[in-house]
Design a protein. Sequence first.
Length: 141
Amino acid sequence: MKDVQKELSAISATLSSLVKQVEKIVAAIETAGGKAAAVKVKKTRAAKKAKAPAKRASTAAKKRRPKKAAGNTAPKEAAGGQSMLDSIYGMISRSRGGITVERLKKRTGLGSRQVSNALYKLTKKGKVETLSRGLYVKKKN
């Protein structure tokens, strides 16, 4: 109990010194006519702990924020005018013993998720089958 009281008194003292610093800054701004440069206030560890949690941005503000451009998006068509599914299917059909996901990623420059999605779609269409985990071959009709 005494430890808690000591911590509370330390926090109280820190907050008091912060209030005095803020009052000095306000007085300096008022005397300079509002043109004073911003002064940084050094925060102590206790003051950081006593800081109130920041409010969350409203949903309206979130909607107004510009969306970040995704860095790993690939073009819809490859250099030869083919779609990514067609180019991946072509690579799989040209490979004799099958092709791995890692090799497809290197050849296409796509991310893991994009290659995985393309392979899933080709498997659902019945064009590709899995020999083992991560190894795909053209499905024999």
